[in-house]
Ligand binder design. Structure first.
Ligand code: ADP
Ligand code: MG
Length: 374
């Protein structure tokens, strides 16, 4: 299994660990991270600050060498080879442009240092500038560009060498929200158009969900879950992932019954109410065990039509967010958040909340109460 993965993957990390010596002893920035990135894939490393994303990217790029584990690029072991010996290009967070060079000189730089002929450089330079939609800015200097334009220059410089793999470390974080969303779409198109494998680091879950074929969620130097965006969102493998991605309601109670084979149905008593859930990603808990249930706010209906789970409640707060309406509802199982598209309930109104058991995901462990809806 391992052999074929390392052979067919664009990138394959096999139990890679990076340890930094610090005054307080060894610090494990990345712990036994294994992942496979397929050729042509848009693969994101998503996690909060300090979770080990940049270190993982630097291990792939060759800027760090792991204490344990192996790094494969294109089926070859590159664990200890230098950055320039790897067919990857890194776009750093701050773009790292040369201020004294023009845009054209910046973009052509990798070809210039490689000794490529001037006449061969010109068409590739134009192609790269066109690809990132700044064909006319070649004569400017970085100081004469907007943040979005600088980002494009950094991308063009990365693309001019036609790398198999592009490593991008929070490339949009320096842009303001509106531009970020526009550039985000272009980046996705660019990736599809060129077929280059992207490994994309971000702390922004929305960005990761919108862009990625697959996401690896990182936490404390480990990979918590790998999957397509919809799977990460709908079927989080752990409480951490459920809390980190999107909004969710968490209910905690004791398991009173567990049955079924493929997707076992579990009944949990929450404040004396029996709630039905399914255990998707892990073993069925024993009767009497404590369990946490997760329900996404948009999976709860207020229509009073039949549902596996129903509780009554009273609306305590309503927030309008453009097309959506968020309601906080006081119920016997606790405060619940519900998101709807159209109905606008009034504060004080009595409602019935309903949700299906296959939208009620049982997770191991306790929810962090500070992350419950307020
Ligand atoms: P992220 O990119 O997810 O924010 P990093 O990979 O940059 O996280 O860092 C992961 C952890 O490793 C952080 O706690 C960071 O402080 C630590 N770290 C990173 N580089 C070094 C270093 N050179 N020496 C010591 N600790 C480091
Ligand atoms: Mg980082």
């Amino acid at each position: 299994m391992k052999e074929s993965l390392s052979q067919n993957s664009a990138i394959y990390l096999d139990a890679v660990t990076k340890v930094y010596p610090t005054a307080k002893g060894d610090f494990y920035a990345v712990r036994e991270v294994s992942l496979d990135v397929q050729p042509g894939e848009f693969y994101s490393l998503l996690g909060s600050s300090g979770s080990g994303k940049t270190t993982t990217l630097r291990l792939i790029g060759g800027f760090e060498i792991p204490e344990y584990g192996e790094v494969y690029i294109g089926g070859e072991v590159v664990t200890e080879s230098r950055p320039f010996q790897r067919n990857v290009h890194t776009v750093f967070q701050d773009y790292a442009l040369f201020p004294h060079l023009t845009v054209a000189e910046n973009v052509a730089y990798p070809l210039t240092v490689a000794g490529v002929n001037r006449s061969d450089i010109a068409p590739r330079l134009q192609e790269a500038l066109k690809l990132v939609q700044i064909p006319d800015l070649g004569d400017r200097r970085p100081s004469q560009l907007s943040g979005g334009q600088r980002q494009r220059v950094a991308l063009a410089r990365a693309l001019i060498n036609r790398p198999q793999v592009l490593l991008l470390d929070e490339p949009l974080s320096a842009l303001d929200a509106q531009i970020r969303e526009a550039v985000r779409q272009e980046l996705r198109q660019l990736q599809r158009q060129t077929g280059i494998t992207f490994v994309y680091v971000t702390h922004d879950q929305e960005e990761a969900l919108a862009l990625s074929d697959r996401i690896a969620v990182m936490h404390s130097g480990r990979v918590e879950q790998v999957g397509p965006p919809s799977e990460i969102y709908e079927n989080p493998a752990s409480l951490f992932v459920a809390q980190f991605i999107g909004q969710a309601n968490f209910l905690t109670g004791a398991v009173v019954a567990a049955a079924g084979a493929a997707t076992p149905t579990v009944t949990v008593a929450v404040n004396g109410r029996l709630i039905q859930a399914i255990a998707l990603n892990h073993d069925v808990p024993v009767v009497g065990a404590t369990a946490t249930l997760m329900i996404r706010p948009e999976r709860i209906s207020l229509s009073a039509s039949p549902a596996d789970n129903q509780v009554g409640g009273k609306i305590v707060d309503v927030t309008y967010i453009g097309q959506r309406v968020e309601s906080l509802i006081d119920t016997p199982v606790g405060l619940m958040k519900v998101v709807q598209l159209c109905r606008s309930p009034a504060i004080g109104e009595s409602v019935t909340l309903g949700w299906q058991r296959d939208r009620c995901i049982l997770l191991p462990g306790f929810a962090d109460p500070t992350l419950s809806p307020k």
